[in-house]
Design a protein around this ligand. Structure first.
Ligand SMILES: Cc1cc2nc3c(=O)[nH]c(=O)nc-3n(C[C@H](O)[C@H](O)[C@H](O)COP(=O)(O)O)c2cc1C
Length: 323
């Protein structure tokens, strides 16, 4: 079995190792969502030791913005800044993809911009069927901008209780039309978005971050996500990134144990024929290597540990090579 330090090819694209930086919103963008030098430096300082960087979630339209200094992808004027970010990472031979998100009902209502969701939640109103149908176009336009900026691909954010997850989860989707009710209906919008984005990324990479479980007996279960994972593969997803659903990315009930969403990634991996990224509380190089060597996942993401220590990946490689 390969080590975490071994290279891998996906769709003909070369990854120098299997270590991933998962998307982590740093709130270092301008108030318009533009790239800043502080944002670039965060990624530049961590790029050398990584096979893949997934750049933090960027909002695909103004209804989907979560926070004031979040990265944006809703307009063409944002492309030059993103181009500069990609250019600065290229010397490291590290693949770089950008995460696309719509925060849905989690977006705060702001002056003149209301928040929207699958069904009414908090201050959000329910989207009409026509508006739902427009969303794949919106994600597609954002993906086009990411391609223009030179990213190796995009990741669609379908986890942590944001809009696409709000459609997937029965906890937040109470619709009675073709976008709600059965599991097939609840995955309809995410699959429409995937098909449209796929057209835009072409030969580059399409990742999907899944909200694999809600940790609620009324919410999504792993069996739903095994079905959904296969459907995402059939719709054109190249890599599945498996995280939490409405429960969020680091639920307090799980956060104590290293690799807390790896069991879900492993269970989904058994049902698909595309590479899978595992994540959750990974702190030690040994654990990151073991999950790859044991064939549990194809890539392993290390978030907060790398946020705290920019040299985490370099140190991990040194430690593992010395073993
Ligand atoms: C500050 C911070 C920002 C995050 N932003 C995002 C994000 O933009 N998109 C996303 O999918 N997950 C986001 N996450 C979740 C992480 O990608 C990751 O899944 C989670 O932190 C668990 O991994 P870790 O224990 O290795 O940090 C964020 C996490 C943190 C701590």
């Amino acid at each position: 079995m390969p080590s975490v330090l071994d290279s891998i090819k996906v769709k003909g694209m070369f990854f120098k190792n299997r270590l991933v930086m998962p998307p982590m919103q740093g709130d270092h963008a301008t108030v318009e969502g533009g790239v800043t030098s502080k944002l670039i430096e965060f990624y530049e300082k961590r790029a050398e030791g990584l096979g893949l960087i997934i750049v933090e979630h960027s909002y695909v339209n103004l209804h989907g913005q979560l926070s004031k200094r979040q990265l944006g992808l809703y307009d063409d004027h944002l492309v030059p800044g993103l181009k500069e970010l990609v250019k600065r990472i290229q010397p490291f031979n590290t693949r770089i993809v950008l995460q696309l998100n719509h925060a849905g009902g989690k977006a705060p209502s702001r002056l003149g911009i209301e928040s929207v969701s699958a069904s009414p939640m908090e201050s959000a109103r329910e989207l009409s069927v026509d508006e739902v149908r427009m969303l794949s176009y919106t994600f597609g336009r954002a993906a086009e901008r990411a391609m223009e900026a030179g990213f190796d691909g995009v990741e669609i954010h379908g986890a942590h209780g944001f809009l696409l997850n709000q459609f997937y989860s029965p906890l937040t989707n109470h619709r009675t039309d073709e976008y709600g009710g059965s599991l097939e209906n609840r995955v309809r919008l995410p699959l429409e978005v995937v098909r449209e984005v796929k057209k835009k990324v072409g030969t580059r990479l399409l990742l999907y971050r899944m909200g694999s479980v809600d940790l609620d007996f009324m919410g999504t279960q792993i069996e739903d996500s095994q079905y959904f994972g296969k459907a995402l593969e059939n719709a054109g997803v190249d890599i599945l990134d498996v995280s939490g659903g409405v429960c969020g990315g680091a639920p307090s009930t799980l956060d104590v144990q290293e690799g807390f969403f790896v069991p879900q990634a492993e269970a989904i991996r058994a049902h698909v024929d595309i590479p899978v990224i595992g994540v959750g509380g990974v702190k030690t190089p040994q654990f990151a290597d073991d999950v790859i060597r044991d064939g549990r996942v194809d890539f392993i993401a290390v978030g907060r540990a790398q946020r705290q220590d920019a040299d985490w990946a370099i140190k991990a490689a040194k430690y593992l090579r010395a073993q």
